[in-house]
Ligand binder design. Structure first.
Ligand SMILES: NC(=O)c1ccc[n+]([C@@H]2O[C@H](COP(=O)([O-])OP(=O)(O)OC[C@H]3O[C@@H](n4cnc5c(N)ncnc54)[C@H](OP(=O)(O)O)[C@@H]3O)[C@@H](O)[C@H]2O)c1
Length: 270
């Protein structure tokens, strides 16, 4: 057990499943004080129960991160209960799958931006005064899709590019305060996001991607995130192809476009 997080107050959004849940369970073993945020109260409570069994103190707060006022009240609850915030992991996210041309109701597109971008902005804004007091850490779970475009994922990719732009800028502003900003850009990870991803009409995909078993496990992804947060890294990519892709894009961007098209075609085949 690492002593690093013992007693530290860590807010994790999207803690009811996937990467967020894995983060919570991993940090619970380090006896952190965990604030678990997501909409589904029951699932959140079951993660909280498991974390407590592992040695963590927990506060489960069921809110929608697209509601700024709810995010403010959540932060207030955290401070009332634990008096401080040492880290905020902006992880809550959703995905959308479909050609831009096929999107009927723009609300579906906007919802992706609301959750993936504005949710991060609201939580960060309200937690920031307390993070400054502890010289704390902000982590954003972005995506490879935040570093390069993906066909059929215009909303998702746009939301993650916005996340990167926001946090890259904020990092510079916060340098004198001692608050660090870490951006994690995972490749595919085993989680529920793929089956929950909705199409151009807002209908959830409802099935897991065929290659799901070959994706990085949520537990391994969580370990990478925790290491990056501990070392206050700037940007972490979870796959070799992601890291290589950043260099290839500089010299041969068409090759990255081609790879992105092929990757999406393969991932979403039925
Ligand atoms: N899995 C991948 O392949 C992959 C790759 C790159 C990046 N990521 C990013 O990793 C992050 C975590 O996703 P995941 O893969 O672990 O997916 P997941 O299993 O679907 O988990 C998403 C979490 O976000 C929460 N959430 C969704 N909408 C919310 C809202 N409006 N308000 C509050 N919480 C909300 C969900 O809980 P409720 O439904 O209970 O609210 C859930 O806890 C996301 O930002 C995603 O974009 C994932």
């Amino acid at each position: 057990m690492s002593q690093h997080w013992e007693g530290k107050v860590i807010v994790i959004t999207g803690a009811s499943s996937g990467i967020g849940r894995a983060l919570a369970l991993a940090l619970a073993s380090d006896a952190a004080k965990l604030v678990l945020v997501a909409r589904d109260r029951e699932r959140l409570q079951s993660v909280a129960d498991r974390c407590q069994a592992l040695g963590a103190e927990t506060l489960a707060v069921a809110i929608d991160v697209t509601d700024s006022e709810a995010c403010r009240v959540m932060v207030q609850q955290v401070v009332e209960r634990f008096s401080r915030i040492d880290a905020l992991i902006n992880n809550a996210g959703i995905s959308m799958w479909g050609a831009f041309d096929d999107i009927g109701d723009p609300q579906h597109f906007e919802r992706v931006i609301d959750v993936n971008f504005w949710g991060n902005v609201y939580c960060t804004r309200h937690a920031l005064p307390y993070l400054k007091q502890t010289h704390g850490r902000i982590v954003a779970i972005s995506s490879l899709a935040g570093l390069t475009g993906l066909p059929m994922h215009t909303a998702y990719s746009a939301s993650k590019h916005a996340v990167n732009g926001f946090f890259e800028s904020l990092r510079i502003e916060l340098k004198p305060s001692g608050v660090s900003v870490t951006i994690v850009a995972p490749d595919f990870v085993q989680s529920e996001i793929h089956a929950r991803s909705f199409d151009a009409n807002g209908t959830p995909l409802g099935y897991t991607l065929p290659d799901h078993a070959s994706f990085l496990s949520a537990e391994r992804c969580a370990a990478i995130v925790i290491d990056a947060m501990e070392k206050r890294k700037r940007l972490v990519l979870t796959s070799l192809r992601g890291r290589l892709g950043r260099w290839v894009k500089l010299f041969c961007p068409q090759l990255i476009d081609w790879t992105a098209k092929l990757t999406v075609k393969k991932a979403y085949r039925r």
